[in-house]
Design a protein around this ligand. Structure first.
Ligand SMILES: *Cc1c(COP(=O)(O)O)cnc(C)c1O
Length: 418
């Protein structure tokens, strides 16, 4: 068997950057996974890591969970793609709709990217308006209208953050900083009656966690309502993570549309977008906003999703995770205080991170952090047996499988690595 470095050298000839998604291209080479179990991921080089990356969000119960695995195995007996409706779609749709006040009707898709792309198209179709607002540093997947360069909204010309996207596509996307009500009001005033929706991660997971200031999300809800702008909560990370009803429940807000992914598929590929019947009825075939997908509502994904939501609810997982999260964040704050370094701990529920700088409120705050120091720290943690996301920009997650012993080891690793 090849080791990680040898495998990466082979992969680089076959796949751009050697990987299937850019974040995985860890310098100088990523470790190759062999298998996972509970809170741990094991590599082909014989190392064991306590995992706080957890597949970037889906594995809230930990890896290779027996209850989810059994659900998938049972499904395999009956087949894994049908091309016709399947009863489990109704079951999972009911569970999601029960958890979310905002969701009366929904569509299953295969990724979070598809979910936000379709929700934005639906918002434009429903409101008959063109522009959308997104938050700087907010990540909504890899489709054209959300790949806008941060800061470019302030310049006269909006720029895309990727080559290959015509300016005509991104000129309809306006960007504002998180936690900034004034910018929202100004942007709405400057684009009177042409804004279909604002899409927002209620807790910014892809640059953080950067948490909303008190009352911010409520103001966003109030202002969007006053201007007939649809509020899209991108809960691909926060959905079923902060509570059964995600950030919507946690902050007691009812958005117009919600996008989900990650946890709701139990670790298999999924996306969901949903909202009020009146809006969702516009989706094809009942309405004129087109959306379709071969793998949408895939049976194994549905089974894994149902099992996950079932377990989350019946075992009061969020209660435990919320208290584990508090415990860990407070221990990390103590480590920083002991060492007298000017870093900060952010997060809520089972999301956490040490920022190598001041406590951030938006994307430009995060950019001020010591990124290179973070990278060195990441490698020291890895050597210490703890796998964190390899950039200052991604949130860390705790799973139901993380034990007190894991946490103790983790805190010791932080003490050494910092
Ligand atoms: C991961 C993520 C997406 C994209 O989901 P994919 O399944 O990777 O396409 C969209 N929005 C948010 C907030 C995410 O974290």
């Amino acid at each position: 068997m090849n080791n990680s470095k040898e495998l990466y050298d082979l992969a680089k000839n076959l796949m751009p950057g050697g990987v299937s998604s850019p974040i995985r291209a860890i310098d100088p080479f990523p470790f190759y996974a062999k298998f996972t179990n509970g809170s741990k991921i094991y590599d082909v080089d014989g190392n064991e890591y306590i995992d706080y990356c957890l597949g970037y969000g889906p594995q809230i119960l930990g890896h290779n969970h027996s209850y989810i695995k059994q659900a998938i195995l049972n499904q395999l007996e009956d087949g894994w793609i049908f091309g016709v409706p399947y009863e489990l779609e109704i079951k999972l749709a009911e569970m999601i709709s029960d958890a979310y006040n905002a969701i009366e009707m929904l569509r299953f898709v295969s990724t979070g990217t598809e979910a936000t792309m379709s929700a934005i198209r639906l918002a434009r179709g429903y409101t008959k308006k063109n522009k959308i607002i997104k938050i700087e540093g907010g990540f909504h997947g890899s489709h054209d209208s959300v790949l806008v360069k941060a800061g470019s909204g302030l310049a006269s010309q909006v720029e895309s953050s990727s080559a290959g996207i015509p300016l005509d596509f991104v000129k309809h996307t306006l960007q504002i900083p998180f936690n900034d009500v004034e910018s929202l009001v100004k942007t709405i005033e400057g684009n009177k009656d042409d804004i279909a929706a604002i899409i927002i991660e209620p807790v910014m997971g892809n640059i953080g966690p950067v948490v909303p200031d008190d009352g911010y999300l409520l103001m966003v809800r109030k202002i969007t309502k006053e201007h007939d702008i649809l509020l899209i909560f991108d809960e691909v990370i926060t959905g079923f993570r902060l509570a059964m009803g995600g950030a919507s429940e946690y902050f007691n807000i009812v958005p117009d549309l919600v996008t989900l992914g990650k946890i709701v598929g139990g670790g298999l590929p999924i996306g969901v977008f949903g909202g009020k019947k009146e809006i969702m009825s516009m989706v094809s075939p009942s309405g004129s906003v087109y959306q379709a997908g071969t793998f949408s509502g895939s049976p194994c994904t549905l089974s894994a999703g149902i099992a996950t939501l079932d377990f989350l609810k019946s075992e009061n997982v969020h209660e435990k995770l919320n208290s584990t999260g508090c415990q860990l964040r407070s221990a990390l704050s103590d480590v920083i205080a002991d060492k007298r370094i000017d870093y900060s701990v952010s997060g809520l529920s089972s999301m956490f991170k040490i920022f190598f700088g001041e406590f951030p409120h938006n994307y430009s705050d995060v950019l001020k952090c010591e990124m290179n120091e973070y990278l060195k720290f990441f490698h020291r943690m890895l050597k210490g047996g703890v796998f964190l996301p390899p950039t200052q920009f991604e949130t860390n997650f705790i799973s139901f499988a993380h034990s007190d012993e894991d946490l103790q080891k983790t805190i010791e690793a932080y003490q050494k690595a910092l």
